[in-house]
Design a protein around this ligand. Structure first.
Ligand code: OMD
Ligand code: FE2
Length: 474
């Protein structure tokens, strides 16, 4: 079977995924053509498009969404997406995907939860089958909520494309690269980078390194934005120009037995067609897939005292209608200098009205001396207390005032933080990777209280545990 790709007549873009070219910017009005002149000039849908292409719009916001939030793109393709057989429920179905969280499919729990990294599956599993929901809130049908998934895959998708009608995927690979073909072109995503595949775009994921593991946040009813910078000013955190968008790439020719797998309401449906959906020769618009390299992040933090709230490390935010209240913030804890004086530098002990799901891409995390491993995860829901484990607390206090400026290296943890309280899926709670002893990492925290304050030196921990006097001021 001959597949004609743009390589025979390209005007831009790569021949092989190793040399991908990208457009740069966040929220720009982009345009790209794989064949010179394939993009209609001056209008979106002429009677006859250049090269005999069909014009097709993909809307990521309602038609009447205010201009500054409106997202749509025009795709010029060899055949329109509608040319497929009817959708049918996929067989076998996928039982571990949830997009509407309620008592019938998930549990409420305030318990601190932590999972060890999962292993690569031993049977052939592509991204579609390897994706499973951990927790979430709200509903894809009601267009408000999110789901947090993880994936463990060991094989490339074959002769099929995935399309998520429910929401936008933010994929955080932890192990193994992802080579992603989308209707806008190709993206090559390595661990340490993240990729956003907005609602409705068809995509194919290949695994050039074999097995791949990672995390996925899915948001319903909104899209990611860059956070406001407030007093930080016009620069800092994630810069618009570091977001990379694919350039047009297409394939042309028969693809017998090709399947579109559509995630719709958390269920999978399939539709057969005899051609590739990656048949877009040119496109323009501001509704696009994109990737971002986390090492480009420009962190801001305290330069004198105290521990800043983690919002200072927000890469992307999916807003709710309430100012400053996120449906889902994507926050990272990257390598950086710690310089604060007479300050407990690791994360503080806290309870948060927001809920916090965390993952670790590589290295170790500053609040946990052990047990939170690359590929693992934790969940601290609304008002569930958490913070540094006993060893981290004791080591930090033992070091006392002697800690000079220190570069924290070899670490990339992240957090999905939401105002909606997640319900947890049964398979996540029954998972053999669930760490039932997680709570013990804090149990050893002893009382060091002394009411004779002048004797209480910060770097000399006094163990007054066991004293009947505890809590008594007599
Ligand atoms: O819980 C966590 O580890 C995430 C976190 C980090 C931090 O530096 C401050 C608050 C917070 O929730
Ligand atoms: Fe936290």
């Amino acid at each position: 079977m001959e597949i004609e790709s743009q390589s025979s007549m390209k005007t831009n873009g790569p021949d092989s995924p190793g040399e991908l070219e990208y457009l740069s910017g966040f929220g720009n009005d982009f345009s790209s053509e794989a064949v010179a002149g394939a993009l209609p000039r001056g209008q979106n849908n002429p009677i006859r498009c250049p090269c005999g292409l069909y014009a097709e719009q993909i809307s990521g916001t309602s038609f009447t969404t205010p201009r500054k939030l409106n997202q749509r793109s025009w795709l010029y393709r060899i055949k329109p997406s509608v040319t497929h057989e009817p959708f049918k429920p996929r067989s076998p179905s996928h039982k571990r995907l949830v997009s509407e969280f309620n008592q019938s499919n998930s549990f409420a729990t305030p318990t601190q939860l932590r999972w060890r990294p999962v292993e690569v599956p031993d049977s052939p599993t592509d991204f579609i089958d390897g994706l499973y929901t951990i927790c979430g809130a709200g509903s894809s049908f009601l267009r408000h909520g999110y789901a947090i998934h993880m994936y463990a895959a060991n094989k490339s998708m074959e002769n099929c494309a995935y399309c998520n009608a429910d929401g936008d995927f933010l994929i955080v690979p932890q192990k193994g690269r992802l080579w992603i073909t989308t209707e806008c072109g190709k993206l090559q995503v390595s661990p340490g980078e993240v990729v956003i595949l907005p609602q409705g775009f068809r995509f194919d994921i290949s695994l050039p390194d074999g097995p791949s593991l990672g995390y996925v946040a899915e948001i319903f009813g909104t899209h990611f934005q860059l956070p406001d910078l407030g007093p930080i000013g016009a620069n800092g955190l994630a810069a618009s120009r570091d977001f990379l968008v694919p350039t047009a790439w297409y394939e042309h020719g028969p693809r017998p037995g090709y399947t579109i797998v559509q995630k719709f309401g958390g269920e999978l449906f399939t539709a057969a067609q005899d051609f590739s959906p990656f048949n877009v020769v040119s496109w323009h618009g501001n509704y696009v897939p994109y990737k971002y390299d986390l090492s480009k992040f420009c962190p801001f933090n305290t330069v004198l005292t105290d521990h800043a709230d983690p919002s200072v490390n927000t890469v992307l935010t999916a807003p709710t209608d309430k100012p400053g209240v996120a449906l889902l913030d994507f926050v990272i804890f990257p390598p950086r200098w710690l310089v604060a004086e007479h300050t407990f530098r690791p994360p503080y002990y806290h309870r948060n009205c927001m809920s916090e799901f965390m993952g670790l891409i590589y290295g170790s995390y500053e609040a946990k001396s052990e047990g939170f491993l690359p590929g693992g995860a934790s969940l601290h829901s609304c008002m569930t207390p958490h913070g540094p484990d006993t060893k981290t607390f004791e080591a930090t206090v033992a070091q006392g005032e002697n800690a000079g400026p220190f570069r924290i290296t070899d670490t990339m943890a992240f957090m999905f933080e939401s105002c909606l309280i997640p319900r947890v899926c049964p398979w996540a709670l029954e998972s053999p990777y669930l760490d039932h002893n997680y709570y013990q990492c804090w149990i050893g925290l002893r009382s060091h209280f002394s009411h004779e304050e002048t004797k209480c030196k910060t770097n000399e921990l006094q163990d007054v545990d066991g004293a009947e006097l505890e809590g008594s001021h007599a």
